[in-house]
Design a protein around this ligand. Structure first.
Ligand SMILES: [Zn+2]
Ligand SMILES: [Zn+2]
Ligand SMILES: [Zn+2]
Length: 251
């Protein structure tokens, strides 16, 4: 199973249009950027997207994905669903999974598109293309519902927090415990007080609480200095998860 972080940016991305802060200028000068948030899971020749960012076209072309087999939407903010039309135009019968509330909220924007809605129960495992996925509730006011995703694959566990502040329910914390990889919302460094998101301090506290083996920050804004010391993911960073790493060494 391969996981690729297609975009590590917050909703405006980096550089931000019209912003000339040190980070945005550094990005322009050195030709780097942070695309909006989406994660690609690939297994058994199938591709599943967690969120469909407004940069979707560029992201799918970059990784060479010809067909999207399923989409999971975490919540109804623009930066998490608006790129759906980029591949909807070139393939039919796209399966889209989420809670009833998120499907309904995004459906109001997508009224002119046809896709297969698959309503799923939060906290109920979904078996999909050899992976087990579990949607959990996180906390992202004023959204009535926002989800994180737990991915279980042959003894490996990946937790993606989705957009959330630090007030996550105990039930969700229990579901998220002991991940091999934690991909965590950390939009700004410590010191930023945020209602909708976690800052770096909140993200580190969550990582410690969950006993995460490896932690990467995503949904990152231009508030971080370029080349900062934080464990910030890079656009198109990818990971392979194997059934038994020890076995690989015999081959
Ligand atoms: Zn977002
Ligand atoms: Zn800026
Ligand atoms: Zn959001």
């Amino acid at each position: 199973m391969k996981l690729t972080i297609l975009g590590t940016g917050d909703s405006p991305g980096t550089p931000v249009i019209g912003c000339h802060c040190r980070t945005c200028e550094h990005a322009r000068k050195n030709g780097w950027e942070r695309l909006r948030f989406s994660i690609l899971l690939q297994n058994n020749g199938k591709s599943v997207l967690i969120d469909t960012s407004p940069d979707m076209r560029k992201q799918l072309l970059n990784v060479g994905v010809d067909r999207v087999d399923a989409v999971i939407w975490t919540h109804s903010h623009y930066d998490h669903f608006a790129g759906f039309g980029d591949f909807y135009r070139v393939q039919s019968g796209v399966n889209v999974l989420s809670s009833a509330e998120v499907l309904e909220d995004i459906g109001r924007f997508m009224y002119f598109m046809k896709y297969r809605e698959r309503q799923v129960e939060v906290y109920e495992p979904i078996k999909i293309f050899g992976m087990e996925l579990i949607l959990i509730d996180v906390n992202h006011p004023p959204m009535r519902r926002s989800h994180g995703v737990v991915v279980n694959f042959r003894g490996k566990k990946i937790v993606i927090t989705g957009d959330t502040n630090s007030e996550i329910s105990q039930r969700s914390i229990d579901e998220m415990m002991n991940p091999d990889l934690l991909i965590v919302d950390a939009i700004a460094p410590e010191g930023y007080r945020l209602r909708k998101h976690m800052n770096a301090g909140d993200a580190f506290s969550l990582s410690k609480k969950l006993n995460a083996r490896k932690t990467l920050f995503i949904h990152v804004g231009h508030f971080y200095q370029p080349n900062s010391k934080y464990p910030i993911a890079r656009d198109f960073q990818s990971f392979h998860f194997h059934e038994n790493l020890a076995l690989d060494s015999f081959l």
